[in-house]
Ligand binder design. Sequence first.
Ligand SMILES: Nc1nc2c([nH]c(=O)n2[C@@H]2O[C@H](COP(=O)(O)OP(=O)(O)OP(=O)(O)O)[C@@H](O)[C@H]2O)c(=O)[nH]1
Length: 128
Amino acid sequence: MCAIIERDGRFLIAQRPARKSLGLKWEFPGGKVEAGESDCDALHRELMEELQIRVRIVEPLTPVFHAYEDFSLDLIPFRCTLLESGRLESHEHEALRWITLDEIDAFDFPEADIPVLEEYRNMVNSEW
Ligand SMILES: Nc1nc2c([nH]c(=O)n2[C@@H]2O[C@H](COP(=O)(O)OP(=O)(O)OP(=O)(O)O)[C@@H](O)[C@H]2O)c(=O)[nH]1
């Protein structure tokens, strides 16, 4: 599962380390659900572990099943707002950026994220 975390009209993206699968691609913070955990529990745990932040979950987006060449995943996205954080630091990512929807094309996302970005764009545009 992954989180589209909003703050002041921007949202957070994180760059994967070069040595990992999908290295240097930009993604939404998140990770895998562990046994016995709900999606929401997993989201809060991962965000605390990765970024030491707390969020409020606003709404789910449509889950995306995607088969890469060497693995497949169900990406379950949640739209969230940032509750509080000190200086944001990630030890698990190469870099973090707060971006606007207009800036998306400048970043290389994994294929599984493309439908999520599309749905998120439509969601935000329909609120104007
Ligand atoms: N967190 C996150 N993961 C994503 C996104 N898009 C996408 O394809 N993934 C894939 O979903 C998996 C997320 O699991 P994870 O974050 O716990 O995995 P990881 O990078 O720590 O380790 P791994 O690459 O060895 O599996 C990764 O394989 C990642 O490549 C996304 O937007 N956010």
